[in-house]
Write a protein that binds this ligand. Structure first.
Ligand code: ARG
Length: 574
């Protein structure tokens, strides 16, 4: 059900009848119910273009819209908006015709999208930023799929680069094979730190590392095998983490995969006149390129694709990756879920891709930092960076404690599993509910709370709606198609929320903003609880009872579907 689309079709018809023109009507849900349920916004830009009086146009269109049974009230507002209040009978019939808003229709145009997310680096602990990328990326993948796009989730692992020279030397000097087996990420990180420090002190270590790197890059069998091992052990422990998070990928095309293409990319960039040598390095100066975006032309520092010593860089890899996604994967959109600090890098990569003539849409789905309650980047109490595993452990432990305190309907033997779903869900929700571009403060108490805008609250709301069906010995699925009566204000409000689901999922997918879906689910849970207080369900009679059971079934179904899209478990009973 796509209510905004349906209303836009009505508005288009009205505009045509009133003004005999084609205008993009732009109908959006209002933020404040005082202004009606929806607002027609498209007349203002049209009037401006045509130098006409927008209010007069709006009046004429409003008179046409009044003829539609869809609206209870049509009102011209402000400089030339038209506010629309839906007629409950019409809304009820629309809900009935669309499985009460629980089905998400496919987008008009099916896209092929690569979503690049998580993408941690070998030999470095995943930090909270990678966690955010993982959680957001997985939700974005699900949202795209929900609206019918073909999606490839890609873990663009940082598995190549200068750190491997140091790692090889470091492993030889300081490494423990056993530790590499047991706790690979920690061991590689430890060794890497020691090797970096040693190379700073002692030039011979530095040159040894450079030599090992050169050997690795030219395909030396021994170093290749070592590198392979570093990746394998790292992947094993990453897999454990991803399994805990319930996150999967379709592709694991790390940086190393693109290495063989980099020389060719550099040649191509030179042939096209995009890159040139400067002090021995191969550079792109956007200021010198007429077709480059204006804001990049102001950046003084060149975008370096190959260093003076011949080494390729993060930049060259990302250009090669873009070319590969175009030629081999044939994408129509490339999405990068990476923190905001890399904004300039991606702007530059996207600009190069455009200069190379790549046709697809490029989106940097950027996000802010996670801060501790002191407003500084999240750390443990003793000031160390928090490991993801310990963060998730704590989430589960706190969830188990809360479940006991709240005396929920969870039998003792199920507490551990429920706590897992609630704890991990709480961490995910806290991340997703934010407008992703802002930083947010990580607070355990708000996160794992069964009140307010939190994962546990929405999971609990879902289980509570299901309990109505359990109590009545009824099957939720049998109630998703019947007649809907929106008689009381609470029923009406709930009907309106349910009808918005399709629009919300589409908007969240289109803009890669999962928080729009969080907002919807939280709102729906709250509105449902108001409805349930005011309107008896099981105790009602006849068509009213059927309709209310339908509203409850649709609420449960949207909560279930929405939670799942966001990567949370829709717990059946708690
Ligand atoms: N490995 C990078 C990092 O940790 C993120 C990679 C993001 N993806 C990309 N195609 N550059 O910062």
């Amino acid at each position: 059900m796509r209510l905004e689309r349906t209303l836009e079709a009505l508005a288009r018809k009205a505009i045509h009848a009133a003004l005999a023109v084609e205008v993009d009507p732009i109908v959006r849900a209002t933020a404040d119910a005082k202004h009606g349920d929806f607002q027609l916004n498209g007349l203002l830009p049209f009037a401006k273009r045509e130098k006409k009086n927008p209010r007069e146009l709006a009046e004429a269109v409003a008179r046409e819209l009044e003829k539609e049974s869809a609206f209870e009230k049509v009102e011209v507002a402000g400089p030339g908006f038209v506010n629309l209040r839906l007629a409950p009978s019409w809304l009820g019939a629309e809900l009935e015709a669309h499985a009460l808003g629980t089905v998400v229709e496919a987008a008009e145009r099916r896209e092929k999208i690569v979503v690049d997310y998580s993408s941690p680096n070998i030999a470095k602990q995943m930090h909270v930023g990678h966690l955010r990328s993982t959680i957001l990326g997985a939700a974005v993948v699900n949202l795209f799929r929900a609206v019918g796009h073909e999606v490839l989730g890609d873990n663009h692992l940082g598995d190549w680069g200068t750190q491997f020279g140091l790692l090889i030397v470091g492993m030889r000097r300081f490494g423990s094979d056993e530790a590499l087996q047991q706790t690979p990420i920690e061991e590689l990180e430890r060794v890497y730190k020691l090797a970096t420090a040693a190379a700073k002190e002692d030039e011979s270590v530095a040159s040894e590392a450079r030599a090992e790197l050169a050997k690795l890059q030219s395909g030396d069998a021994q170093n290749r095998a070592l590198w392979q091992r570093f990746i394998e052990v790292t992947r094993k422990s990453l897999d454990v983490l991803y399994a805990r998070l319930g996150v999967t990928f379709d592709l694991w095309m790390g940086e190393s995969f693109f290495d063989p293409m980099l020389a060719g990319v550099c040649t191509l960039l030179q042939e096209r006149g995009i890159a040139r040598h400067d002090e021995g390095a191969l550079c792109i100066f956007f200021a010198e390129l007429e077709a480059a975006p204006a804001d990049l032309k102001k950046v003084k520092e060149p975008f370096i694709v190959q260093k003076r010593d011949g080494a390729f860089l993060y930049a060259s890899t990302d250009v090669a990756t873009a070319l590969y996604r175009d030629r081999e994967l044939k994408t129509t959109r490339n999405v990068y879920v990476v923190d905001a600090r890399q904004a300039l890098h991606f702007k530059q990569v996207f600009a190069v891709a455009k200069l190379l003539g790549l046709p697809q849409r490029f989106d940097h789905v950027s996000f802010g930092s996670v801060l501790g309650e002191d407003g500084k980047p999240l750390k443990t109490r003793d000031g160390k960076a928090i490991t993801l595993a310990s963060l998730l452990d704590e989430a589960e432990a706190r969830a188990a404690a809360r479940i006991r305190e709240e005396e929920l309907d969870v039998p003792e033997e199920e507490i551990a599993a429920t706590a897992r779903a609630v704890g991990i869900g709480a961490v995910k929700w806290a991340d997703l509910k934010q407008n992703r571009t802002s930083d947010y403060v990580f607070s355990w108490d708000k996160l794992i709370s069964f009140r307010g805008n939190s994962g546990p609250y929405v999971q609990y709301a879902h289980a509570r709606v299901l309990s109505i069906f359990r109590k009545g010995g009824l099957e939720k699925a049998n109630y998703l198609g019947g007649a809907v009566l929106l008689e009381t204000p609470e029923e009406r409000e709930l009907g309106k929320r349910l009808a918005a689901f399709g629009d919300v999922v589409h908007a969240a997918a289109e803009t890669s903003q999962p928080h729009l879906l969080c907002d919807h689910l939280y709102d729906l849970a709250r509105v449902f609880s108001g409805f349930y207080e005011a309107c008896p369900v099981l105790k009602a009679d006849g068509p009213t009872r059927e309709s209310r059971l339908g509203l409850a079934a649709a609420t449960a179904e949207q909560l279930r579907c929405g939670l799942t899209l966001l990567g949370l478990t829709a717990i059946e009973r708690m």
